[in-house]
Design a protein around this ligand. Structure first.
Ligand code: AMP
Ligand code: ZN
Length: 432
C-alpha cells in the first residue's frame, strides 16, 4: 500500500534531519543563481554554517513578482546545458511564470507523483486517461510520466473534445482519469446528451481532481455522478506542479510531502507564522530541486495544517483543501468573499445545476454581486413558481453566508461558458 514505506512513515525526528540535510544542499545550489546569490549576500546568509531549520525563517520570501522580475533565467542554479525541460504556469494575468528542470528534477518529480497516485490506489493494471492539457502546463506530462512509472497503461488524451473522451473511455475501458473538477461536471452533461451513464457505461473506478479550488460538496457530487472515488490533487508549477500534496484513501486532507517541500503557513497580512489548525497562506521551499530551487515561495493559496495523525499511517502532515487564493478574494461592500463560499452553498441546494459564474458590477458608488446559476432540467416545468422559489432560496442561503444580498439569475443547463481548463468563476466588471 506504500510506494516508499520508509519515507512515507518516517518519524518526525528523521524527517526533520532529512529536511535539514536537503535544505543545506538547496541553499548551496540556489546561491549559484543570480537571484539568490544576490539575496544571500544582501542578507548576510552564511550558507556554509546552517545548523538548524530555523534559519529558513530569516530568509526573505520569494514571490511571483520576484520570478517575473528575474524572468526567464535569473533563478537558474545550474549551467543551461543541464536543463532538459521547461514548464509554465497556467496563470492568466501577466507574463507566465516559467520553471526549468534538470533530468534529476524530472526523476524526483515523477517519483513523488507516482507515490501520490499509488497511495490513492492506482496500480499497473489500470488504464489511465489523462484529460489535462499536454504542453506547457504541468498536469499533462507530469501525470503522464508518473502513471507510466506506476506501470499503468496511459492514454494521453489531453484536454477537451468531450465526445472523444467518452469514446476513448469506453473503447479502452479506462479505469482512472485525471480531470479538472468543473470539467468533470461539464462532461457528465455530455454523457447525458449521448444517453449514456458514466456509472453503467464505463469502467471508471477512480479520478484525480485538482488544479482549481472546489468544495467537498462538489467532490461528493462528482463521485456520485460517476460512481467512483475522486482524490484531491494539489500542486503548482513553481513547485514542479502536481505531486506537492495529495489525498490518501482516508480522503481527510492532503498529505504534503515533507521530504520534498518545507512547509510554512503564514498570516498573509503580518507575514508571521500561524499555529497548526489555523488558516493562512501556504509558503513552500523546494528541498529537492536542482535546476531552479525556490526558497520560501508565497503560493497565495489559503489552507491550514490539519492537526493530528492520519489513520493511514503516513507521517507527513496534511493540508486542508484549498480555500481560495489571496488574489481571488472579492471585497464587496467591505465584505471579504471567496468564490468557493458561493460554490459550497450552491452545491447544497437541490435543483442547482453544474455551472455558475459570479459577476461583479459597480453602479454609482455601490458594488453588486450577481450569481448566474445553471439549474437542472427538472426545474423547468413551464410553471414559473418552482424557479422563483429556487431563486429566492439561493438568495437567502447566500445572504446568510456572505452577509450581502446577491442578485441571482437562473439560467438553463449548459448555457454558461464551460472551460477545458480551470473554470473562470468571477467576472469583475468594476474596473474603470
Ligand atoms: P499552475 O501553476 O498553473 O499549475 O496552477 C497552480 C495553482 O492552481 C495553485 O497555486 C492553486 O491556486 C491552484 N490549484 C492547483 N491544485 C489545486 C487544488 N487541488 N485545489 C485548489 N486549487 C488548486
Ligand atoms: Zn493518510
Amino acid at each position: 500500500m506504500y510506494w516508499d514505506k520508509d519515507i512515507e512513515t518516517m518519524d518526525r525526528e528523521g524527517l526533520e534531519a532529512f529536511q535539514l540535510a536537503r535544505f543545506k544542499k538547496v541553499v548551496k545550489r540556489a546561491k549559484k543563481s543570480a537571484y539568490y546569490g544576490g539575496l544571500f549576500r544582501e542578507f548576510g546568509l552564511d550558507v556554509d554554517n546552517i545548523s538548524s531549520l530555523d534559519v529558513i525563517k530569516d530568509i526573505p520570501f520569494t514571490t511571483k513578482d520576484d520570478l517575473r522580475a528575474h524572468w526567464p533565467y535569473g533563478l537558474i542554479a545550474v549551467p543551461k546545458d543541464k536543463l532538459i525541460r521547461m514548464h509554465a504556469s497556467s496563470g492568466t494575468t501577466g507574463r507566465a511564470i516559467v520553471v526549468f528542470h534538470t533530468a534529476g528534477d524530472i526523476k524526483a518529480w515523477t517519483d513523488v507523483l507516482a507515490r501520490c497516485i499509488y497511495m490513492a490506489g492506482m496500480r499497473k493494471t489500470d488504464v489511465f486517461q489523462n484529460m489535462m492539457t499536454y504542453g506547457l502546463f504541468t498536469g499533462g506530462l507530469g501525470f503522464h510520466y508518473a502513471a507510466e512509472k506506476v506501470g499503468a497503461l496511459v492514454i494521453p488524451a489531453g484536454a477537451g473534445n468531450s465526445k472523444r473522451q467518452i469514446q476513448l473511455m469506453r473503447d479502452f475501458e479506462t479505469t482512472v482519469i485525471h480531470i479538472i473538477p468543473s470539467y468533470a461536471l461539464h462532461l457528465s452533461k455530455v454523457f447525458e446528451e449521448l444517453k449514456l451513464c458514466p456509472r453503467r457505461d464505463t469502467n471508471l473506478r477512480m479520478a484525480f481532481i485538482g488544479a482549481e479550488p472546489h468544495s467537498e460538496k462538489m467532490r461528493r457530487k462528482i463521485e456520485e455522478i460517476y460512481g467512483f472515488k475522486a482524490y484531491n490533487s494539489y500542486g503548482l508549477s513553481e513547485m514542479n506542479g502536481p505531486g506537492v500534496s495529495f489525498e490518501c484513501p482516508c480522503q481527510d486532507g492532503m498529505h504534503i510531502w515533507e521530504d520534498h517541500y518545507f512547509v510554512e503557513i503564514i498570516d498573509p497580512e503580518t507575514k508571521k507564522p500561524v499555529s497548526d489548525g489555523e488558516n493562512g497562506e501556504l509558503v513552500l521551499t523546494s528541498l529537492m530541486r536542482e535546476g531552479m530551487p525556490i526558497i520560501r515561495y508565497r503560493t497565495k493559496d489559503l489552507t491550514r495544517i490539519i492537526p493530528g495523525q492520519c489513520e493511514c499511517g503516513r507521517t507527513h502532515r496534511r493540508i486542508d483543501r484549498i480555500k481560495g487564493r489571496t488574489d481571488d478574494m472579492m471585497i464587496i461592500k467591505g465584505v471579504n468573499i471567496f468564490p468557493i463560499q458561493i460554490e459550497k452553498k450552491l452545491m447544497e441546494i437541490p435543483g442547482v445545476g453544474n455551472n455558475f459564474v459570479i459577476i461583479l458590477e459597480r453602479e454609482g458608488y455601490d458594488d453588486y454581486l450577481t450569481v448566474k446559476v445553471e439549474v437542472q432540467n427538472e426545474v423547468f416545468t413551464g410553471d414559473l413558481r418552482p424557479l422563483e422559489n429556487l431563486r429566492k432560496r439561493i438568495v437567502d442561503e447566500l445572504r446568510a453566508d456572505i452577509l450581502i444580498t446577491p442578485r441571482v439569475n437562473l439560467v438553463e443547463p449548459g448555457s454558461l461558458p464551460s472551460s477545458e481548463g480551470k473554470a473562470v468563476r468571477v467576472i469583475d466588471n468594476r474596473k474603470e
